[in-house]
Design a binder for this molecule. Structure first.
Ligand SMILES: [Zn+2]
Ligand SMILES: [Zn+2]
Length: 159
């Protein structure tokens, strides 16, 4: 989705409100992504602040169950028409047009966690019997003992 920002760069428009749905053909993001916020005209630049509301749909990296979790990302970016100094984190739009789809895609992908988990405290799968420990407590988990205590118990037995 290409957005024409010329009016904002020339300051003939003070701001443009943004509220749209964007289809991203990108795993593990479900389409569409809701984008809401605004572009504001600034001297020699345009300031974008918006929220991205999306749904992460994937198989959990720990328990392998399929999950869909909502996510929200807040973006604040300055858009310029010429590259500034190298350490400034600006978006450069030389022709004063912004590809919003590409921006949304890269922001979400860059901010994905390294592991996709169904929930933060996902207990995963038992290495012994393969049970999903989020749903059940298997027999292996119950008989599991601290190996140090086990050694102590054996020592005590000998005496
Ligand atoms: Zn999980
Ligand atoms: Zn088990």
């Amino acid at each position: 989705m290409l957005l024409d920002l010329k009016g904002l760069f020339s300051a003939s428009l003070p701001k443009i409100a943004l509220d749209c749905l964007i289809d991203l053909d990108e795993n593990p993001i479900k389409s569409p992504v809701r984008v809401s916020g605004e572009f504001v005209s600034r001297p020699a630049s345009v300031f974008l602040s918006c929220a991205l509301d999306y749904v992460l749909a994937a198989n959990c990296d720990r328990c392998a169950e399929y999950f869909e979790n909502p996510g929200r990302l807040l973006i604040e970016q300055t858009i310029v028409t010429e590259p500034a100094n190298e350490d400034a984190d600006f978006i450069v739009c030389e022709n004063q047009e912004l590809d919003l789809t590409e921006l949304v895609r890269s922001e979400i992908i860059l901010n994905l966690p390294p592991k996709l988990l169904c929930r933060e405290d996902c207990k995963g799968v038992c290495p012994g019997c393969g049970a999903n420990l989020n749903r059940e407590e298997c027999a292996c988990a119950r008989s599991e003992t601290d190996p140090r205590l086990e050694k102590l118990r054996l020592l005590l037995k000998k005496e």
